[in-house]
Design a protein around this ligand. Sequence first.
Ligand code: GDP
Length: 568
Amino acid sequence: MEAKRSDGHEKPSSSTEEAPLVEPKKAAEPGRRGYGGGRWCYVILATFLLSLTLLYLLSRSGWASSQAWIQGDGVVVDKDNKGNEDASSPSIDARKHKLLGGLLSPDFDEQSCVSRYKSALYRKASPLLPSSYLSARLRKYEALHKKCGPNTTLYKKSVEQLKSNHSVENLECNYMVWTPYNGLGNRMLTIASAFLYALLTNRVLLIQVTDESHDLFCEPFPGTSWVLPSDFPIKDMSSNHRNSPVTYGNMIKNKVINLSANSSVESVPPYVYIYLVDDYKHFDGLFFCEEEQLFLNKVNWIVLQSDIYLVPSFFLWTQYKDELQQLFPAKDTVFHHLGRYLFHPTNSVWALITRYYESYLAQAEERIGLQIRTFNWPRISFEEFYKQVISCSLREKLLPNITDDEQSYLSRSSNTGKPKAVLVVSLYGRYYEQIKSMYYDHPTTTGEIISVFQPTHAEQQHTEKRDHNQKALAEIYLLSLVDVLVTSSFSTFGYVGQSLGGLRPWVLLWPQNEKAPDPPCGRALSMEPCFLNPFYFDCKSKKEIDPGSLVRYIRHCEDRVSGVKLVD
Ligand code: GDP
């Protein structure tokens, strides 16, 4: 596939320019041996030059896939081009692009996780570069993780501490343990939240990898692992902890812990659960109070059970304000950068992604993603939601309208350009079938050719199955590779796709009285995910407060008014 595309974009002149190298006449030129005087020399020289020419042409054509980098626009560029490079040459851009502008460490074996360094080849170069401060902090974090990761002496020492009944001061390695909860989109949002929290509080992030989430993501930190060892002493982490006595909220409620900031560390438990699933209660929400953070900083092990994107709330903590400003000068890029840093699909998922992309999307002039997700509530019929998707796409001119004028279609010139590809991502097949039929049964008013594709339609959610989750990840990732995106309200699956892709999608707004609303969709304020359940409480005044009204860069979400998101 790479070779084919390379051919299509190669300058036709390059091969003919090289041909004279083996012209016999050249042998008689001054400085070379005469034709008759050294026939064998000529044959050797000609063979050598021919081999050189062939090698050059093969590498240009992308035959050796390791030599070829595909840019986001589908152009293959020569990775090892040693020729006349200038700053604007695509190969230099591609090289800079490989480490995502300093986001990624260069210290990995490329083949163990092909997506890590090759993902950049499938995306347009992002104008959203990470700050140099973020890159430096990530390298520093990687060093800490290597020092404290599983199986190190310091890890073992911290695990020993868990067996006592209190935390200790000055323990070299403190941890944030992430546990899985809900669907893949939820999980990716909470892993990113847990990682940023770990970065801010100098903790090491370890994730619990269960059977169904095995073989989804590569290790993100070089020379170590983020997987929580199976002999970790805290058991039963996956069951719902709403009523568990070891959650921070319940410990406060039951007055088991002393909240005073200057309480002695002997009264601080060795670990606490932070329960922030979407039904969290007032006492659980005290986690968002800055004062509580002073206490939590003393706890050696924090275990997070959550399904929501917590990041916007971190931006309300004054103690981390400067740090966050340096990490993310553009505040609406947090998940974009952290997601691209943390989530590298494993080779098996990457194979799904690239096979699909190259089969159906690479050749298109433009890729339009439609993420169609429905929930039990609010209710909307298939017909109404389909109508909403189409009216949004037509109204915002993302897709062309159709006409019955077959005559003008038939009399058009045959060269209509490349098709536009529509990627439908949904649990259900009906939306795809109907959109495909729309463009099969009718020509478009613009004469454009619209191709419609859907990778899978499982019809049911099976978060407990690994192959289902691998396909879900492939689809989230494919969504991030489109040029234009429509997402469904309230869907973390869509949030991850949009943020990874650096896309500000059109969001299908909530139905009203089971009908499509008018307008059917609105442009997202930013690419950031929505924090769907923020804490409406001011810890100082102990009064209700609207978290969407406190600072300029935290606003209410377009798809959920009570939610908040980062904007720049
Ligand atoms: P959310 O429920 O939309 O917030 O997204 P989640 O990813 O957290 O959970 C939904 C789960 O349902 C996903 O993880 C998938 O397992 C499945 N799912 C939902 N929509 C799709 C889809 O369009 N394609 C695939 N393959 N799976 C989906």
